[in-house]
Design a protein around this ligand. Structure first.
Ligand code: ADP
Ligand code: MG
Length: 148
């Protein structure tokens, strides 16, 4: 019987945060995703309003740093992307590295570009359900160009 391999092509939301955009690191960061086999299938630059910041980070509204989080994500333009590839959700999280750059593995985006836990260069969806919700928060279906 022929061997079959199961490929789970997923899409996930990635945001290059205001710190990394401000440091002119957009191209450098996208390179980390592309060289690991993830493809950018949608993108837009936005400067989020306070209302959008609060809505996007609503899952964190009880956390003590919620206001700082909203203030930071709205402090400048962000590059919002849909990344696509095999196991894209988990792969993106690996490429990003741990939330706290001090704990992020060498060669990850956060190890290489983040300056602190709150200025940590990138956002990435953490599971399938959130990926779907976050993608649809920013993109209409006809703004996403799957290459799967
Ligand atoms: P991640 O971005 O790795 O998924 P979380 O979802 O736990 O991390 O947190 C969302 C964001 O909130 C983080 O990326 C970071 O910017 C900020 N954050 C998380 N923990 C802290 C903390 N202890 N102090 C300040 N900011 C934090
Ligand atoms: Mg998270």
């Amino acid at each position: 019987m022929a061997q079959t391999t199961t490929q789970t092509v997923e899409q996930t939301l990635s945001i290059i945060k205001p710190d990394a955009v401000g440091q002119n690191m957009i191209g450098n960061i996208i390179e980390y995703f592309e060289r690991e086999g993830l493809s950018v299938v949608a993108t837009k630059m936005l400067h989020l309003t306070a209302a959008q910041g609060k809505e996007f980070y609503a899952v964190h509204k009880e956390r003590p740093f919620f206001q700082e989080l909203v203030d930071f994500i709205t402090s400048g333009p962000v590059l919002i992307m849909v990344l696509e590839g095999e196991n894209a959700i988990a792969r993106n999280r690996e490429i990003m590295g741990a939330t706290d750059p001090q704990k992020a593995a060498p060669g990850t985006i956060r190890a290489d570009f983040a300056t602190s836990i709150d200025r940590n260069a990138v956002h990435g969806s953490d599971n399938k359900e959130n990926a779907k919700a976050e993608i649809s928060y920013f993109f209409k279906p006809n703004e996403i160009f799957s290459r799967a």
